[in-house]
Design a protein around this ligand. Structure first.
Ligand code: SF4
Ligand code: SF4
Length: 460
């Protein structure tokens, strides 16, 4: 027996038909003032994303995420493997800044600066409109698009994605390497990098050709977190229900008791995530302001004041005051200030090189018949300066102790780590309960010094 399939009363998801198939979204384009500003920002950001790998600051790349060497460079500062605390503070600070900006400005990142939105709406979608004959303000592709147009469009997409994937790789290995790999070697010589480019190209094609708004709706964790990061005073794009309802078509609106919404549905037609902003704040809204632009146009044409859909807050749309200073913004700001302070203090405490003393392998100590005790240690030096340096290691205390195997460290290149085995010999009478405090002083050829302490082991 065939059971009847229950039909939902409403659409469950904006991108799902009631039979469960995907509802493809071909948003109309509204070229209003926000679109103009977003386009300017988007092209500037595309230029920044493309040029950043080429920019150097103080001889270092502006951004280089060298995972192999565990070194991350941001705008001239390099986090080395010894900078775990700094990196942790930086990452936590970044997250808190995102929370703070979202609490104040809502999804401004999604609508204005996220690479997904920037490339989709200002690169891939315009190209698609161009090839499928829906240039201007059109939405769906023309009924009969010649096959060569589709093929040509996907070829253009492929070239762009390969280029973007190579740029992506440049953020991890540097632009010089990518350039050399492309022009003077074959993929077989660097299969790992080639695989990264191939996979990233494939993922981008999948995203920009097929997945599209689904990434924002179901794939992006930031989008999912919106409900906890926004509150009633956060900036959102909202429909003024008090002004717009009851909606309806027709003239003599006042006489008919109609609100300002003429029910033209254009705000729905332009939405790249397929939602109707008049249903209230929704998780799918990426804050692109297309509905503001189109509605303002409608208001202008119908002789009504603009701003029926506008940047506002849930509180303001309900006629209540918007509070900028509120517990969550104060807490976020306080935590960010604390982290900035902590970062500055930790950073100021760092010299041009880091020193770590480790115990050598094997027996903890040796002692000879004169009672002299020898500890084998490993002195690890990280050259944080931008030039090659030599180092000298001296014993400050305990008195009478010395280094028996040469205290000079070879040339250490910038950013490199060098480990020097050091045999420290000390008279037996400096040991108390089997231990003696050792203080080493490491001096570089620029007369910078770092003192580091360690416990020597000896007889009880
Ligand atoms: S664009 Fe404005 S007037 Fe038209 S349906 Fe949307 S809210 Fe109403
Ligand atoms: S509801 Fe408006 S602001 Fe939100 S995604 Fe749709 S068009 Fe953009």
């Amino acid at each position: 027996m065939e059971l009847p399939v229950l039909q939902p009363e409403d659409r469950v998801l904006s991108t799902l038909e009631s039979d469960g198939s995907r509802r493809w979204i071909y948003p109309k384009l509204s070229t209003g003032r926000y679109w103009w500003w977003r386009r300017m920002v988007a092209y500037a950001l595309i230029a920044v994303y493309a040029l950043l790998p080429f920019v150097t600051i103080g001889g270092k790349p502006a951004i280089l995420l060298d995972i192999g060497a565990r070194e991350f460079t941001f705008f001239g500062f390099t986090f080395l493997p010894t900078d775990t605390v700094l990196l942790a503070i930086f990452v936590v600070g970044l997250f808190l800044t995102v929370f703070f900006v979202t609490a104040i400005a809502g999804r401004v990142w999604c609508g204005w600066a996220c690479p997904q939105t920037v490339y989709m709406e200002f690169l891939f979608r315009p190209i698609e409109r161009l090839f499928t004959g829906t240039t201007g303000k059109g939405s769906k592709p023309r009924h009969s698009v010649a096959p060569w147009r589709w093929i040509a469009m996907y070829c253009v997409f492929l070239v762009i994605c390969i280029h973007l994937a190579n740029m992506f790789l440049a953020y991890f290995v540097g632009v010089d390497k990518v350039h050399a790999w492309i022009w003077s070697s074959s993929p077989a010589e660097h299969p790992g990098a080639f695989a990264v480019v191939a996979v990233v190209t494939g993922l981008m094609l999948f995203d920009f050709c097929y997945w599209r708004e689904q990434l924002c709706i179901i794939g992006c964790p930031y989008g999912r977190f919106q409900s906890v990061m926004l509150d009633r005073s956060s900036c959102i794009i909202g429909y003024d229900e008090r002004r717009g309802e009851p909606r309806g078509k027709g003239r003599d609106r006042e006489a008919k008791g109609l609100g300002h919404c003429v029910d033209c549905n254009l705000c729905f037609d332009v939405c790249p995530t397929g939602i109707d902003i008049r249903d209230g704040l929704q998780l799918e809204c990426i804050g692109c302001a297309q509905c503001i632009d189109v509605c303002d146009e409608v208001m202008e044409k119908t002789g009504q004041p603009k701003g029926l859909i506008r940047y506002s807050s849930q509180a303001a749309l309900e006629g209540q005051p918007t509070k900028v200073v509120r517990p969550r913004t104060v807490i976020y700001l306080g935590a960010i200030a604390l982290l900035v302070g902590a970062f500055t203090v930790v950073l100021a405490g760092k010299g041009t090189f880091d020193v770590t003393i480790l115990r050598g392998l094997g027996r903890p100590y040796l002692s000879d018949e004169q009672g002299v005790v020898e500890n084998t240690l490993r002195v690890r030096i990280v050259n944080r300066s931008g030039v090659p340096r030599r180092y000298v290691i001296d014993v400050v205390e305990p008195e009478g102790a010395w280094i028996s195997n040469g205290a000079e460290v070879d040339l250490v290149q910038p950013g490199d780590t060098f480990e020097q085995p050091v045999h420290v010999r000390a008279p037996g009478d400096v040991f108390r309960v089997g231990k003696a405090l050792l203080q080493l002083r490491i001096t570089d050829d620029n007369d910078q010094t770092v003192d580091e302490q360690f416990f020597l082991l000896g007889p009880l």
